[in-house]
Structure formats: C-alpha cells, structure tokens
Design a protein around this ligand. Structure first.
Ligand code: BGC
Length: 766
C-alpha cells in the first residue's frame, strides 16, 4: 500500500500537493488527480453531515460523559459502528470525534463532550470508540490535542502545565489511543501549551509522530491553522478552507527553500494514507454493521444512567400500581438530549421524559408542570415555517424549525424571510425575536415590531453559533389567537458569522406566557401533592452547557433547588432526575430519596428514563467524574493575562483532597454485590464477587493503586444472577504505576491494590 501511495504522490505537482493541505470548503478536502473529495463531519454525539439543520436528521447518541459512565467498552465499540453507519449514510469519511480532553474542571463548557476526569477511563472508552468507527471503515479524529480543557479565551490562552501533569494526565489518553487504536487523524487544538500554539507545537512532531510512531493526519481545529510555521511544525491539514495561511505562500516557501518539499510530501502521504483507509483510493471500504438504531440508543442511555442515591425502596417503581404520576420540572417536557456547539446534531425525533413516562404508563394519569423557568435568553422557536430567498431564483421551502444555518445561500440572495404562524395556547404576552448577527426586522400581522442590527461582542468566531446577540418584542395574544410572523434578515457577505466563510446563521425565537415564579412553583407542588410519585426533572440549559464559553456557576439555573425542596416536602415519594452533561450542585441531595443522573441521554432519553425508573432495565452507569459537594477549591478556567495555570498539577477530580457529594466510580444498581477476595496474578489481579441481591445485575469492578498516588488502575464489568459468584481477571498495565520524571519510572516497593465499587468504597485489598 505504501508503494501505491508514493506512486500517487509522485504524480502530483507541487501546486496540487499544497492544494490538498488546506480544506476545499467548510467540511471537505480538495479533489486532485487520483484523490476524490474526502468529507469530515462533527461530532461526538452523532454525525451531523455537511448540513447544519433539521433537513438532514442524525441519530443522536448519548453525550460522551454518558458513554464513559457505561464503563462498557463492548457497548461503546458497537456504538462506534453505529456512528460509522451514520457516516456512510451521510457520505462522511472522517468523524471529528472522540473528544478526549479531560474533566479538569466542571466549569469547562465542553465537559459534557469529554469522557472523564480520569485518563485511564478516557483512554479505554476512547479506544473502543475509535475501534468501532475504524473497523467499519470510517476515520476517527481524536481531539483536541492537547490541554483544551476549557473555553474561556480558547483561541489564544496559554495553558501552563508542568511536564509530569501533561504526560500523566492530559497527554495520556492521546498516547494510549494512538498506540492501541491507531486513529487515522488527530485534531490540534486552538490553545497554546507552555508558550506554543498547538498547531505549531513541537509536541506534534517530537511526541505525536516520532515518539509515538504514529502515521496519521494532524488536522487543525477549525481556523486554528494560522501560520506557515505550522507547516514545519508538523500540522498536516489546515481546516476549513478554501482560504488559509498555506496555499501560494507554502508553494513559494518550498520554491525558495524555506520549507523542504519532503515536509510537504510527508503531509500529502499522510492524507493519501487516510484516503486509502477510508476506501477513497478505489479500494473498497469495510461495510459498516446495521442496527436497530432506536433500540441501541435506548439501551445505551439506560446503561449510562447513574443511580446516585436510592434510599429505602422507592426505586424501581412498580408501574402497574401507579395511578397518578407527576412529571415535573423545566426539563420534563423538553427533551434536552445533547450539549451545545459543534457536538449539536438534529435528530429526527426526541422522546422527552414526560413522553417516555406517558408511553410506559398508559393506564396512569401523568400530570406535568415545569415549576420554574430556567432560561434567561429567548428560546428557539419550534414552528412550521416558510423560508424564502429574496433576490434569488430559488423555491420557497416549508420546514419545521427555528434554527437556520446555510453553508452557502442560494446564488443572488439579498435577504432571507421566515414566515410562521404563532397560535397562542394560553392567553398572554409572547415574545417574538431573532438571534444572529446583522440586520433583522420582524413584523407581526404586517406591523413592524423591531428593526435591529445585531453585532458580535467578543472575538470568538463561534459566537454567532453558540451565543448570538438577540432582539425581541412583546406580542399579546388571546387564547387560540394566531399571529403572522415575518422575520427578515438582510444578507451581506460574512455578516452572519465572524468565521471567514459565506455561512449564514440565525434563529427565530418565541417565548410563551407564564405565571409569576410563585404561581409556577405552586402549580407544580400541587400536582406533586396529589400524585403517587413525583419525578422532578431538573437540569441545565443550552445557555449553561455549550462549546464557546465556560460555566460561571455549578448551581442548577433558576429556582430549581427551591422546586426540588418544595416538591420533596409535598410528596415523600420524590425522585430527582438530573439532566446535565456535567456535575451540578444538589444541595438537597440528602433529603430526596432517589437521585438518577441521566447526562444528555440522546434522542431516546424519555424511553430510557422510563425503563430505568420502572425497573425494566437496571441503571448501569458509574460516575466517570467526581460530583463535588461545593464549588470550593475547584480548578478555575479563567486565564489571567492570557495564561491559564494548571497550578493544581495532577490533583483534579478524585485526586483532589476533600469530600465530594458523589465520588468517582459511584453508582447503585438494582441488586447488591459483595466482594469476596482479590489476589495478584502475573498480569494484574483476580477479583471475586457475588450477586447478593434478588435480581440479575451488572457490576463494574474497579481496581485502584495507592501509589504513586491513588489512581484507577483497571476495571471490568461483570454480570451475574442472584446468588451467583463470578471471578474476573483484571489486567493492569505497568503504566498504571508509573510516574513521569523526564521518562516513565516505576518506583520499586510495595503497592496496595484495592477493588471496590468506587474510589471511596474499596472492599478488598492485596
Ligand atoms: C471545534 C471542533 C469542531 C470544529 C468543527 C471547532 O470550533 O472546537 O471540535 O470539530 O469546530 O465544527
């Protein structure tokens, strides 16, 4: 194969070779003789494809924190196959996933998009994910190399990380995945590490390519390739295109000897190698497996849910005995299935917790009230709309969305108009609005209600996507009354985004009438009081967890803590269902009998929640990250003078002193486990457990070492029937005990290995 790649390379001119090294457009690479167009796509929670809207629906899988919470590599490898099938269906060759940055701090805006705070768990789930994709012929892009663990000033911040911390924590998942799963691509991050912009960092050549002997493609994060120096530093591909810092400048640099042609050839060879791996050089790609997608997504979500607390015997619920169930909370009727930013996909449908419980309990009366409002910005509309392109020779489109994104508008478009009918379900004040950049006018029944020119406030090119400025105006409607909305956006080049691209992005917003905070709370509490059981679905919003910004607080937004306390006081049979991709503070945790953590569960959310609460399925998850009891002493994400000091060193998550709310590895099932023994074997340890409960279950046996510091050293999932004993051999690699001290060293001496149910619940030791 390498001979064929070299032969192809030798047929290309210097100009053609350099052309391949910058994207052709937002997602694809250039075609050159002998190489077809290669297509990339986001992202970790599904495959969006080249279009950023609801017209090209995607399977929305649970978010990465949920995937890691399964601690189940076989399941994640299968899911990788499902994502590969999605890629093939959408003509995608290379998926921009997995994200293997660590949960350094729960404030990190993309926390939900990363697997874990622990490098070993991150690596093992990452390896399974990459294997699942690549065995089905689709490339993985392990991202973002490296120390891209927060969002504030992400384009420029300099993460100052000591070498030991970098090696033992942040580079460790990349190293393990590169060595054990041989990913076909890696994405270089936006930020700097110790003074080097990552697309120009010596780590790319010295460590990634030379030390780890890796032959894949290093692509830039979007718009992170900023210089010619990056070419020498071993970046292979500048994304997106067509413009960028290389092109003619790189051709000239090769011609006058500043960059050697061998450097360019190596990059092109890597891209040709990628092309051959995805089957783009004429050789057929592996066929991806086929799936019952809804069933797989439902089972994976349930396997990720962490039953953090189950006091007494409330769960599982006995469905047939329930006659009235209150499903309360701001995230009950809204399916919040994924986090914001480039991980966003558009599923064909979503099942909200309320939908899921209603479907599972057809005989019961299921009531609902949100109890609190959690959004501060105007929510995106969810309406039938007609889209027309003024100035263009394009047909109007009928769609159902409030979220608009065009990579390229129809030729000649001078303005986009969105027409929608808004019918009032309840009488009162509605707010109609727009989010985006540029000029927006809105008319309601022919009368203009605003004409605003909105501008970006910061310098993050993603701002237009993630947190665009908004305009809005009130419209008062009687119950059942319909208003005709026309939102018009004037299009001028590049105004819709600060990305250097023709993309146009904006939203139509509608906010509905609501009661006073006290009225909203009281309505929910009254329903809880009358119900056999109250489920309160609390959680974050897209204003809290997204790419592009960090969180400023770990508290649940709005008056959700108050709602939780009041519902729990009104009904002792209250279950908290927490819908958040990252830890949130639960100050009422020791008073509520049952707490189920459900992450961002993907499109089958509500069905999986019903399966677990009603006991059809065991909650399979264990925490992949520590849930702190308070915000005290957590690593911060705000750079000072452009520098973010990782001054905590390796003391993140469970390596940090103090008592968390829920420790790393924690989670109950619906059966009980006893640990019978642990002994050393040649390659690790052997652990014996017994299912001491009354139903079949799965246990995640975790092995920790006490030196060089308390660390997860290995794990294995086992299943057993009631009364059944199982013995499992858990391999431990030498690296689990090694320290970085200019090289890997393992101190001789006595190590205590313990096995148990979480880092804070170790049952047997040797
Ligand atoms: C993100 C990447 C993503 C890329 C393309 C960037 O802003 O950091 O994770 O793959 O955009 O959407």
């Amino acid at each position: 194969m390498e001979d064929l790649l070299r032969a192809r390379l030798s047929e290309l001119t210097l100009e053609e070779k350099v052309r391949v090294l910058t994207g052709a457009d937002f997602w694809a690479l250039h075609e050159v003789p002998g190489l077809r167009r290669l297509v990339t796509s986001d992202g970790p929670a599904g495959v969006r494809g080249e279009r950023w809207d609801e017209r090209d629906a995607s399977a929305n899988v649970p978010s990465p924190t949920a995937l890691a919470a399964t601690w189940d590599e076989a399941r994640i490898e299968r899911l990788g196959g499902l994502l590969a099938a999605e890629c093939r269906r959408k003509g995608v060759d290379v998926l921009l996933a997995p994200t293997v940055n660590l949960h350094r701090s729960p404030y990190g805006g993309r926390h939900f998009e990363c697997f874990s705070e622990d490098p070993l768990l991150t690596a093992r789930i990452g390896i399974a994910y990459v294997n699942g994709l690549q065995r089905a012929g689709v490339g993985a892009t392990v991202k973002h190399f490296v120390a891209n663990d927060s969002e504030t000033e992400r384009f420029t911040l300099d993460a100052r990380v000591d070498e030991r911390t970098l090696r033992e924590l942040y580079m460790a998942p990349f190293e393990a995945i590169i060595k054990q799963a041989r990913p076909w691509a890696v994405m270089a991050a936006y930020n700097q590490v110790n003074g080097h912009t990552m697309t120009e960092s010596p780590l790319l050549r010295d460590v990634l390519k030379d030390e780890w002997e890796w032959d894949g493609v290093v692509m830039s994060d979007w718009f992170a390739g900023r210089s010619l120096d990056a070419a020498a530093a071993a970046l292979d591909l500048v994304m997106p295109g067509p413009s960028g810092p290389w092109g003619d400048a790189l051709v000239a640099a090769v011609r006058d000897g500043r960059v050697s042609e061998a450097v360019v050839d190596d990059k092109v060879l890597r891209i040709l190698r990628l092309a051959s791996r995805v089957g783009a050089l004429g050789d057929a790609a592996a066929a991806p497996p086929t799936f019952d997608v809804p069933a797989e997504l439902r089972a994976t979500a349930a396997a990720s849910f962490v039953l953090a607390r189950n006091h007494g015997t409330l769960l599982p619920l006995n469905g047939p005995t329930l006659t009235r169930v209150a499903v309360i909370g701001p995230n009950a009727a809204v399916a919040r299935t994924l986090g914001g930013g480039s991980a966003t996909v558009f599923p064909a449908y979503t099942v909200s917790p309320l939908d899921g419980i209603r479907a599972a309990l057809p005989h019961a009366e299921v009531t609902h009230a949100p109890g609190v409002r959690t959004h501060e910005r105007l929510p995106t509309a969810d309406l039938d709309v007609e889209v027309t392109y003024a100035g263009a020779d394009a047909e109007p489109e009928r769609r159902h969305t409030g979220d608009f994104h065009w990579n390229q508008l129809p030729q000649g478009t001078t303005a986009v108009e969105i027409r929608a009918k808004l019918q009032a379900e309840t009488a009162g004040e509605h707010i109609v609005g727009a989010s985006g950049v540029g000029r927006f006018t809105m008319t309601v029944n022919g009368t203009q209600v605003f004409d605003e020119t909105l501008a970006l406030s910061g310098n993050d090119p993603a701002e237009a996507h993630m947190f665009p400025p908004q305009a809005g105006a009130p419209v008062t409607l009687a119950q059942g009354e319909t208003a005709e909305l026309v939102l018009r956006h004037e299009v001028n080049a590049h105004a819709g985004s600060s990305f250097d691209s023709p993309a146009v992005v904006f939203k139509l917003n509608v906010d509905y009438p609501h009661g006073t905070p006290e009225e909203e709370l009281e309505r929910a509490v009254a329903l809880a009081r009358e119900a056999d059981v109250a489920m309160v679905v609390v959680g974050t919003t897209e204003e809290v967890e997204s790419e592009g910004f960090d969180r400023t607080s770990l508290a649940l937004p709005g008056a959700q803590d108050e709602l939780m306390r009041r519902v729990n006081d009104a009904n002792p049979r209250t279950i908290a269902v927490v819908n958040a991709g990252a830890p949130v503070l639960l100050p009422w945790a020791d008073r509520v009998p049952a707490i189920l953590l459900t992450w961002f569960p993907g499109q089958e959310a509500g069905n999986a929640i019903a399966d677990v609460l009603l006991g059809a399925v065991e909650p399979g998850g264990r925490l992949p990250t520590t849930w702190p009891a308070s915000e005290e002493g957590l690593p911060g994400t705000r750079p000072s003078g452009g520098v973010l000091e990782y001054s905590e060193g390796t003391a993140i998550g469970y390596r940090r002193p103090g008592q968390p709310l829920f420790p790393f590895g924690h989670g109950h099932g619906y059966t009980l486990w006893e640990y019978l023994g642990i002994e050393r074997t040649d390659g690790g340890v052997r652990v014996r457990v017994v299912n001491a409960g009354t139903r079949r279950g799965r246990e995640v046996i975790q092995v920790y070492t006490d030196k060089p510091e308390l660390r997860l050293a290995g794990f294995a999932g086992v299943e057993a029937d009631p009364g059944e004993q199982v013995e499992v051999e858990i391999a431990l690699s030498e690296r689990a005990f090694a320290r970085w001290d200019g090289g890997w060293v393992t101190e001789p001496g006595e190590y205590v290995l313990s096995a148990g149910r979480s880092v804070a619940d170790l049952r047997v030791s040797t």
